[in-house]
Design a protein. Sequence first.
Length: 336
Amino acid sequence: RDRVSTQSTGEMISTTILTILISLIASTAYASTVSGLSSGGFMAVQFHVAFSSSCTGAGVVAGGPYYCAQGLLSNALFACMTSPASIVNSILMTAAKNFERDRLIDPLSNLAGSKVWLYSGSKDTTVVPGVMRKLEEFYAGLVPASNIASVFNIASEHAIVTNNYGNACAYKGSPYINNCNYDSVQQMFTHLYGSLNPATTPIAANLVVISQSKYTPNGATPSSLSLSNDGYAYIPTGCKSGGCKVHVAFHGCLQSVSQVGRAFIEHAGYNRWAESNNIVILYPQTVASSLLGNPNACWDWWGYGSKNYANKNGPQMVTVMNIVNSIESGAFFDSI
């Protein structure tokens, strides 16, 4: 009887160890992070919340709470940009929980293990700082306080900020990259990933073009989704065969390649940290669409392209996730 009991205990221990190992593998496999400015910031939040099983962190610059627009352009233009007092996070959280219930987004409990870095320039007149405070409040209901870092004390306008490139810190205008003597990507990546190797000069040949049409859902043409035919990825020298971390960088409105060339891709500051730290940077691209009511090539964060824009069935969301999965599985590298 004792021998049988010992065997059962051993089996239980083995099963427990196996369960822990499977859990660890699942939690580390295909882990990505995201960031973005303005519409790209809202998109980063959507992506992070919807795909939290595999997206483990977000850096948000001048964005706002998940599902802030609630499918309405009027909300996007008013509450979610200049009137944060009109944002009711309890309503947005209820919407997120309903999406979770319907399995349209991953379990919100996953976010407890995420890290979030938030930036709002104190002089931002496009997405005022109060909107980012609402995002901070939204995340506080899901993410431990120790995992949230907020930077709201730099006098920058609406832009991603660097320490070596761009317009004056308080300037508002194209290409929406401002030199504030502050390396936002370094600070973001340090929070998301931990200590970093020193930045190095990126290698031009490591920037590759991606045919986004290969990754759209149901064979949709990119233009029908307000996406460009081409996206871009910076593949560090140490990542040519895969096996590296993946970070998605969403540009803002009026900041796509069709509008500012490769300014965001080459000068926002991602690639020099990516090269020295083996982080693949994916730069998906939108395109303006008068047909869809998107003249500024914004990411879909109010529903111009689909009622599912903020969940796992959103066409733009699916396209980007398909590319991420291809990179993380290694299939992507067979085509470059």
